[in-house]
Each structure stands twice: as structure tokens, then as C-alpha cells.
Design a binder for this molecule. Structure first.
Ligand SMILES: Cc1cc2nc3c(=O)[nH]c(=O)nc-3n(C[C@H](O)[C@H](O)[C@H](O)COP(=O)(O)OP(=O)(O)OC[C@H]3O[C@@H](n4cnc5c(N)ncnc54)[C@H](O)[C@@H]3O)c2cc1C
Length: 490
């Protein structure tokens, strides 16, 4: 067992990608599951708070300790088994997304919920129910979790397989491998039927495994996960499509979103129409930023979309024709689109999108700023109203901002840059108005980053106080001494 108490190590584990800062007395780095279980039981016996650190790429301070011990999963990083026939992988929690994708690619498989930050770990992804661009077609991390081994605060272990332990209405009973039973009374809340990562997942007759996915380390520590993966498609069309008109990019996005939602239900080999697996948006400020990195962005472009569609040899020509004819109707820059169907082109387009998030993040770290931005999403039929509202309001702040992201899921981030306290207040006020508007429209306060320590106020806006009190009771049933990831969510 690696144990560290030096100042540099403590400092490293006291901050995540949001620049939220905390402190701890000690960092443990278990090298196998047995060590993990042992240290949890020991710390729990001494009432020492435990914060789990994955890749620390979180944007809400959820992996940041407030006191006590950090347990880092960085050495629990084995891909234990890949079952190609059953499209499933068994992983330790510290496996990084980029490592998993590289391994799967060697055998023509891929893991769809590919969050932009691929240095993140599978444990972190499960604990935040992370999602990425391909969540548009495939859903978030939750959809890919088949089995979890979870270490509870007292060192007991839950082994949960999807479909095996279901709630009876709003009562959920789970039993640990040690034979201890836990009865949970779930609050009767309704979660928005969209991409959502705020608070515990609660549903009538729900699967016990879903309670732990997205619980931000507050209910237990994921020691092992069995995840579903999918086969790479026969062919893939990718593109960065440029627009010289801000209204037309949104009209185009609406059309291709609707077509894709209808057509993605069918076998991609049989589609002759648009069925994108991702639709990502860049506003003019994002493109302006990217012009520092890429000189070949068309001069007249004021917005862009990154798209991907799975194809076969039989339907690729029909799909390509359909894309061009639709694009020509909505963009004067159709002929300047970057289109490609080979792996190099796909990686290039993906890097283009990821570079925006990474460069923005880099800038924040360099200037020691906290990220102030929205992670809200709304139902499809309200998106136009919501988008107009947030863009109108973010412009009024007078601050430098980018609008970008998962427009397929009606989930566009607005990130603001601030230089001083008064700008910070303006940015926070803007975010609050965006959150309230999203909630008025039946949306969520967090579609993918979670609540952590920074966004607790938003969770309180989302749910009634009784629902939050019920969630706290769930937490105290599994962790009566409030030791795990103290300060997250509540
Ligand atoms: C540039 C950039 C782009 C990003 N893009 C996306 C995106 O597209 N989509 C998205 O969803 N997020 C995105 N994020 C946010 C972040 O990458 C995700 O939240 C990710 O899931 C965090 O994983 P991590 O391993 O870094 O976890 P950490 O930040 O270390 O921890 C996150 C939470 O998970 C808990 N945790 C970690 N491991 C375990 C475990 N084994 N058991 C129990 N709890 C655990 C921690 O305690 C904490 O509560 C982005 C971040 C950055 C910096």
C-alpha cells in the first residue's frame, strides 16, 4: 500500500480540473482491490473522511477532499477481461478512457460514452454518469454499466448485476456479500426525461445498480465494473460543417436532430437518410478561438457543427448525397465543409472538438481561474426558446464567452471568462438565470458534470427540500458516519 503525506502530493490531490481547492492529511494509493477494501475498513473504523480521486478531471470539485484521507484509484488500472463475443469488458476503476478506447480499437470495438476528457477514469465516469458527443445516439455511461462491485463505507461489498436487484415500487433492498441488508425508501421524484446527472437516480421499480451510477462517490467506492461495448461500424462518415449564418446553423441542427432521432432506431446499414450519432456545436467565439490553432477555418464561418454517421459500403453514397443536398439548402459554405470517412479524418475532427474544451481548460488553469459555465439541458421541443434565452443573456453580461457542445442532446455549454470578483458575480448571476430557465422548461441543472461541491445550490433549485432530505437519508443508510466524499451533493 502506497501512503503519502508530503505537501506536494497532498497539494496535487487537493484540486480538480475546476480549480476547486481543498485539503487532506494523507493520500492512499491501493495497488489491488484487497488493499482498497482493507484501507476503507481501517479508515472507517477510525472515523476518517475518505474522498475518492479518479483522474481529477471533474468540473465540480467532487473529487476534491475537504479533510481526512484521499484514496486514489490510479494503480487500480487493469483491464481485467475483454469478451469480444459478448461485447463486454471487466475493468478496474482507474482505467483511463483513452487506454480503454485504444485497447478496444485493436479488436474493432469501441466504448460509446466517450467524454471529451479521455484522461478521466471509468470509476469517475460511472460516479458522475459522464457522457460525451456519442451520447446523442448511445446514451450516457449508465446505459453501458452491467455490473458493479462497490465497497461501502464500512468495508462491506455489494456485487450488483443489472436486472438482478430491483426496487419494489419505491422500496429498495440490497444485501452485501457479508450478509448485511440495507432497506432504502426512495423519494417519489420525477427526473427529467433527458440527459441528466444531478443528484441520485431515482425511479419507481428501479435497478439498484442505477443508484450507485452518478452518486459522485457518496454511497460507495467502485472497485470493479463490467461495461458493455459495441462493434465499430463498417464505415464512418465524419465532418465539420461550416455556416455563415447563425440562424441557419440552428435550423440545420433541428432538422438533422429530428431525422437522426427517428432513423437511429434502425440498423445503420439500412439507412438511406441522415442518422448522425453525434451533433456538436461551435459558435463564432469558439471558432475564433480555434482559429489560433487551425488556419484553415473558412473566413466567413460564424458557426460550425461536428457530425458523424455510421454507414456501410452499400449506403455510403446515398448518405453522402443526402448530407450535401441538405447542407446546401442551409449553408453558403457547404463546399468548404471538411468531410472524411477514414480514421485519420475522424481523429482530426474529434481533436478539433476536443481541442476547444482542452484549450479552454488549459487557459483557465494557466490563469488560475475557476470555470464558470452552464451544464444545463432541456427537452428537444423547448431548445430554440432556451438557446435564444441563454445566448441573449450571455451577450448582455458583456463578458468573454464561448457557446459550444452537445447540441444533438439540446445541451450547449456556455463558458465565461472572468478577470475579477465583480465579473465573477455577473457570470454567476447569468448561470443562475440559465438554470432557472432550464428548470422552467422541464430541463436539468446538470446534464453531465454532476453537482459535486460547487453546484449544490443548483440541486436545491431542482428538487423540493423533502426530496433532498430523502436523498440524504439514502446517503446515511449506506454511510451513517458521512465519511465518503463528504461535501458532495448536500
Ligand atoms: C476539458 C474537459 C472536458 C470534459 N468533458 C466532459 C464531457 O464531455 N462529458 C462529461 O461527462 N464530463 C466531461 N468533463 C468532466 C470530467 O471529465 C468527468 O466528470 C469525468 O467523469 C470525471 O472522471 P475522473 O476520473 O476525472 O473523476 P474525478 O474528477 O477524479 O472524480 C469525479 C467523481 O467521481 C468519484 N469517483 C472517482 N472514482 C471513483 C470510484 N472508483 N468510486 C466511487 N467514486 C469515484 C470522485 O469521488 C468524484 O466524486 C470534462 C472535463 C474537462 C477538464
Amino acid at each position: 500500500m502506497i501512503k503519502k503525506t508530503d505537501t506536494d502530493t497532498i497539494e496535487y490531490y487537493s484540486r480538480d480540473a475546476s480549480n476547486y481547492h481543498g485539503t487532506a492529511d494523507v493520500v492512499y494509493i491501493p495497488e489491488d482491490q484487497a488493499e482498497l477494501i482493507k484501507i476503507v475498513a481501517e479508515l472507517s473504523g477510525k472515523n476518517i473522511p475518505i474522498t475518492i480521486a479518479g483522474g481529477l478531471t471533474g468540473l465540480t470539485g467532487s473529487g476534491v477532499p475537504l479533510s481526512g484521507a484521499v484514496i486514489s484509484t490510479e494503480k487500480l488500472n487493469q483491464i481485467i477481461e475483454i469478451d469480444k463475443d459478448n461485447l463486454s469488458v471487466v475493468l478496474e476503476p482507474g482505467v483511463r478512457v483513452f487506454e480503454l478506447q485504444a485497447k478496444l480499437h485493436e479488436i474493432n470495438l469501441f466504448y460509446p460514452p466517450n467524454p471529451t476528457e479521455t484522461n478521466s477514469t471509468i470509476g469517475g465516469n460511472i460516479s458522475t454518469n459522464a457522457s460525451g458527443s456519442r451520447t446523442f445516439k448511445y446514451g450516457a455511461t449508465r446505459n453501458f454499466v452491467d455490473r458493479l462491485k462497490v465497497v461501502l463505507a464500512n468495508g462491506d461489498i455489494l456485487d450488483l448485476r443489472r436486472g438482478e436487484v430491483l426496487a419494489d415500487g419505491y422500496e429498495l433492498n440490497v444485501t452485501t456479500l457479508q450478509g448485511n441488508e440495507y432497506t432504502i425508501n426512495l423519494p417519489a421524484i420525477t427526473m427529467p426525461a433527458i440527459k441528466h446527472a444531478a443528484g441520485y437516480y431515482i425511479k419507481e421499480n428501479m435497478d439498484a445498480i442505477d443508484l450507485f451510477i452518478g452518486s459522485e462517490g457518496t454511497l460507495g467506492i467502485i472497485a470493479e465494473a463490467t461495461m458493455r461495448v459495441v462493434a465499430e461500424p463498417e464505415k464512418l462518415l465524419g465532418g465539420i460543417l461550416f455556416f455563415d449564418n447563425e440562424t441557419q446553423v440552428l435550423e440545420f441542427a433541428d432538422i438533422v436532430r429530428a431525422k437522426s432521432l427517428a432513423n437511429n432506431k434502425f440498423d445503420y446499414r439500412k439507412n438511406l437518410d441522415i442518422s448522425f450519432r453525434l451533433i456538436e456545436y461551435f459558435d463564432s467565439h469558439s471558432l475564433g478561438f480555434m482559429r489560433n490553432i487551425r488556419s484553415d477555418i473558412p473566413a466567413k464561418a460564424v458557426a460550425a457543427l461536428w457530425i458523424e454517421q455510421e454507414m456501410s459500403r452499400e449506403n455510403e453514397t446515398a448518405i453522402m448525397d443526402e448530407l450535401y443536398s441538405l447542407l446546401k439548402e442551409k449553408s453558403q459554405l457547404a463546399d468548404e465543409a471538411w468531410i472524411g470517412a477514414d480514421r485519420k479524418a475522424h481523429l482530426d475532427f474529434q481533436d478539433f472538438r476536443h481541442a476547444l474544451a482542452l484549450e479552454v481548460h488549459e487557459k483557465l488553469v494557466t490563469y488560475g481561474q475557476e470555470k464558470i459555465g452552464t451544464d444545463t439541458a432541456v427537452p428537444n421541443d423547448c431548445f430554440k426558446e432556451y438557446f435564444d434565452f441563454i445566448i441573449g443573456n450571455v451577450k448582455k453580461t458583456g463578458l468573454k464567452y464561448f457557446a459550444f457542445g452537445h447540441i444533438g442532446n439540446c445541451h450547449v455549454h456556455t463558458d465565461l471568462f472572468v478577470d475579477n470578483e465583480s465579473e465573477s458575480q455577473i457570470a454567476h448571476y447569468y448561470c443562475d438565470t440559465a438554470i432557472k430557465k432550464a428548470l422552467d422548461l422541464g430541463g436539468t441543472v446538470s446534464a453531465e458534470h454532476g453537482i459535486g461541491k460547487k453546484k449544490k445550490k443548483s440541486l436545491e433549485l431542482m428538487y423540493r427540500s423533502e426530496a433532498i432530505e430523502s436523498m440524504k437519508l439514502i446517503k446515511s443508510t449506506f454511510d451513517p458516519k458521512n465519511l465518503l466524499c463528504r461535501g458532495n451533493l448536500f
